[in-house]
Design a protein around this ligand. Sequence first.
Ligand code: GLN
Length: 495
Amino acid sequence: MSLVEARDGLVRKAFSSVELTTAALAAVEALNPRLNAYITVTGDQALAQAAQADAAIAAGEAGPMAGVPVGIKDLFCTKGVRTTAASNILRDFVPPYESTVTANLRRDGAVFLGKTNLDEFAMGSGNLTSAFGPVENPWKRAGSDAALVPGGSSGGSAAAVAAGLGFGATGTDTGGSIRQPASYCGITGIKPTYGRCSRFGTIAFASSLDQAGPMARTVADCAVMLGSMAGFDAQDSTSVDRPVPDYLAACGRSLKGLRIGIPREYHAPGMPAEIEAIWQQGIAWLRDAGCEIVDVSLPHTKYGLATYYIIAPAECSSNLARYDGVRFGARVAGGTLDELYENTRRAGFGDETRRRIMMGTYVLSAGYYDAYYLKAQKVRSLIQRDFTDVFADVDVLLTPTAPSAAFAQDEKPSDPVQMYLNDIFTVPASMAGVPAMSVPAGVDAQGLPLGLQLIGRFFDEETLFAVGSALERAAAFTHRPALRASDVARAGIAS
Ligand code: GLN
């Protein structure tokens, strides 16, 4: 069942939310020991929320997410429920307040199954940096049992949704963390326009880039979830006061006359032929749907990764300065205050987070600020201008989401820069702040999902939903991850 089907079934009273939630929790119990998609499972709370939703449905007061069980990335603060950012420093942090995005979902009746795993502080592309251990992608290469990564940083959310441990999940995307894991796990995800969802109560990585969004099995599911998550919030000064449109209504729209731009800079050197082929297939599908295909250029794309990996670490070094053992999270004592800081931060942060803090501190330091940080900000403006220029001519851009399919956990590159290359296609839209969606388009020769990315104009998520749902119909992506025999036996489900 999709999220929309589950929601409609609940309203028709074909089943109750308590039944649906019980089944979802059983699936979590069966599969989470292997996948490690959830850090914290909140079963009792979920069942209580489900009972509330059933009462609301019976009273004819069902909100748009009433009774639907979902996962919440463990970067969103949830009042009274441990929120870790997959880090040691926040391992036992219980927020005294709720993020706006999760409050909006609760307002609309959603049921929270628990908090999903991620790369520590959302820094990574393989969900390999979590202090709670890696997440396993439910998908397998044909004929191989190797554990694959689900992508990152919202890898727990992506794996959970792909494996059916929830009808959707929240993600956050700073440089691709919704879209790349969605692509690796064969699901849909959208990073809305910067400012569309409130960042209040979302643990900050890089504040000028961080944006929340939904991950789910279908485009329509994402439309329903985004409609609930989005909206103005006076508690976030970068939240934009615009009405939230009916995204679900946009899903069926005709594409006649839409102009689709194909940016020539996205033909990455060394990209697998299968990804190039699926891109060409996507172009053909949209042409058949009545779109006009236009060759376009985003000339500053080649600087996207380099500038992202200056700006994001700079902001992270500033944002993470608050974790000093004094007010938040874990503390490791020391003889002096400086020692307390050092001991706390040494024990509290993993290698990747430390690397980013060091890079960020360096590029912001007095001698290098102009050479790196200021320069990167100027290039960022040029990247943004590329998009503004191109959107004067076309409505949407179509590109691959990632330069590869999911890789194996033990194929992790030893050079961190190799890892950063995963983000080559997703980073530019983040730098510009424009919305972008990943839709599963097909599988490679090994049976692994490949996603296509749609990038739209500021606040024009509706066109992304229209084009995304057309791509989804054309692709007819019905592949599902193969469960292992042992999982099937443990879950007591028919394969
Ligand atoms: N993979 C990118 C990074 O490591 C993006 C992470 C994100 O979007 N949160 O920074």
